[in-house]
Design a protein. Structure first.
Length: 192
């Protein structure tokens, strides 16, 4: 390790290798840091104090680690000596775990009509129960055509009857509301 400090050419080759091997989008590392003096924190979290940037870079190179700018707004800026490649790998691994455990709730839409038949009603009811049991929200809608606009209360009765059939699978999130020529009601699944 002491040969790296005494031999400037091997110091440059090690530094170039670390700089090329690790590309940073989130942090400023190694030679890209543009400050004369920096406050240095070592890899275990201990304060090493304020020092010149060149001295901090040499210290990072001797430990075969990177100098990472973590607080550029501080005076002087704070840098940490760490293995930036390992840090990025751990960060990406954590992001994958969070994404894997995340569940996206979809909104499924079911369209009814004012004059819906009993069999069609039951078929759409079975689809809605399946959607709610899978953990998705269900938007129930009726589109009024022509003279059906004069009898919106009939449409509301159909939607309320449909929602009452689904009470064991979900709860009403948004009550039936007339918007233009359509009426919609949203149901959310029951909490498990």
């Amino acid at each position: 390790m002491l040969e790296i400090i005494n031999n400037p050419q091997s110091m440059i080759s090690v530094n170039i290798w670390r700089y090329i091997a690790i590309s940073s989008k989130d942090h400023v590392i190694n030679d890209a840091i543009r400050a004369n003096e920096v406050r240095v924190v070592d890899s275990s979290g201990g304060m090493l104090g304020i020092m010149q940037l060149d001295d901090a870079l040499k210290m990072a190179i001797t430990q075969e680690l990177d100098l990472v700018l973590i607080a550029p707004q501080a005076s002087p800026p704070v840098c940490r000596i760490m293995d930036y490649g390992k840090y990025r790998f751990d960060q990406q691994k954590h992001e994958r775990e969070v994404k894997k455990n995340q569940r996206v709730v979809e909104i499924k839409e079911i369209r009814l009509s004012v004059n819906i038949g009993e069999h069609d009603f039951n078929t759409k009811l079975s689809h809605a129960t399946k959607f709610l049991s899978e953990g998705n929200k269900v938007k129930i809608g009726i589109r009024f055509r022509g003279r059906e606009m004069m009898h919106t209360s009939l449409g509301k009765d159909v939607i309320v009857r449909f929602a009452n059939e689904l009470t064991e699978y979900g709860t009403i999130e948004k009550d039936a509301k007339l918007e233009g020529r359509s009426m919609q009601l949203t149901m959310a699944p029951l909490k498990k």
